[in-house]
Design a protein around this ligand. Structure first.
Ligand SMILES: [Cu+2]
Length: 312
């Protein structure tokens, strides 16, 4: 049922096990008005990546990885994204967020030719679990080549006095946030023979990676997943958790769940959301997660949580 062998993460330059938690928070400085300016640097480059043992894919990447860096900021900050295109085609960064038309990353507004650069600038809003992707044409091709990534805006507790505790638990770097085991999962797929259908499916690019290396979680601490679907060619993807139920925050833009106590959610392309669950009442063991499109599961998109009594 599984791929045999191992993908060379060192050659790829990215490791799905580490991608679950390696947020890119950029660098910060103080603006004249006292606000925070958060700056990210992103480059586009062509790169052959290994998506399953021995299977190479000629990707177009952000910062040499697929998915691109998981950008994370706080509501209300000024964001500046310095984007340089070292690739062979025109590319852009189109952010799902609120911004001016000239910052939209579509042709005529931040589309960058090879060898050139553009600086996107806008305020971080609304808080939630979002994404960015290339918006060059043909769009389907640019996205499925690997040009997408997570874009998470944490709520500012001061702006949500009625739910400040919940907001603080979402705010990266706080002690309340550190109680959670947070993972970013980008559901993606690859059309390796360019026939308009996918041959491999995954979370974070490498087929079966979290079956071969289950995600260890401590049963005593809650789990929060930032889940994003960027699969091309198939209209619907899903996430099903075995032996447990979760709360779901569609697009992450609310502090109360939009779905309570479900064990499956569906996402069309670019849909995303936050899952929260706990294994505190469970036995330790291996708990599976996968989409309920069986074909996707068999072609690589399935993983395991290794629930343990405690994580050293
Ligand atoms: Cu592109």
């Amino acid at each position: 049922m599984l791929t045999v062998g191992e993908v060379d993460s060192a050659r790829n330059g990215f490791d799905p096990a580490k991608m679950l938690t390696d947020w890119d928070v950029g660098t910060t400085s103080v603006l004249p008005d006292g606000g925070t300016l958060r700056t990210f640097e992103v480059v586009a480059e062509d790169k052959d990546i290994e998506i399953a043992p021995g299977v190479m894919f000629p990707a177009w990447t952000y910062n040499g990885r697929v998915p691109g860096p998981a950008l994370r900021a706080t509501e209300g900050e000024r964001l500046r994204i310095v984007f340089k295109n070292y690739g062979s085609h025109p590319h852009s960064m189109h952010f799902h967020g609120i911004h001016a038309a000239r910052m939209d990353g579509v042709p005529g507004a931040g589309l960058v030719n090879p060898g050139e650069e553009f600086v996107y600038e806008f305020d971080a809003k609304p808080f939630g679990c979002h994404l960015y992707h290339c918006h060059a044409l043909p769009l389907k091709r640019h996205i499925h080549k690997g040009m997408y990534g997570a874009f998470v805006i944490d709520p500012d507790p001061a702006r949500h006095p009625d739910q400040a505790d919940v907001a603080r638990s979402r705010l990266y770097g706080t002690p309340e946030n550190a109680q959670w085991q947070e993972f970013v999962m980008v559901m993606n797929a690859f059309d390796t023979n360019f026939d308009g259908e996918n041959e491999f499916y995954a979370v974070n690019t490498v087929a079966h990676t979290y079956m071969n290396s289950p995600i260890r979680i401590a049963k005593t601490r809650p789990v929060r997943i930032y889940l994003i679907n960027v699969v091309e060619f198939d209209p619907i993807n899903s996430f099903h958790l075995h032996a447990n139920f979760f709360d779901y925050f569609d697009q992450g833009t609310t502090l109360t769940p939009t779905l309570k106590t479900v064990d499956l959610i569906t996402q069309c392309q670019a849909q995303r959301g936050i899952l929260e669950f706990s294994f505190a009442e469970h036995e330790a063991g291996l708990y599976m997660f996968h989409p309920h499109q069986s074909e996707f599961t068999e072609l690589g998109w399935v993983g395991m949580f290794d629930v343990v009594e405690d994580v050293a």
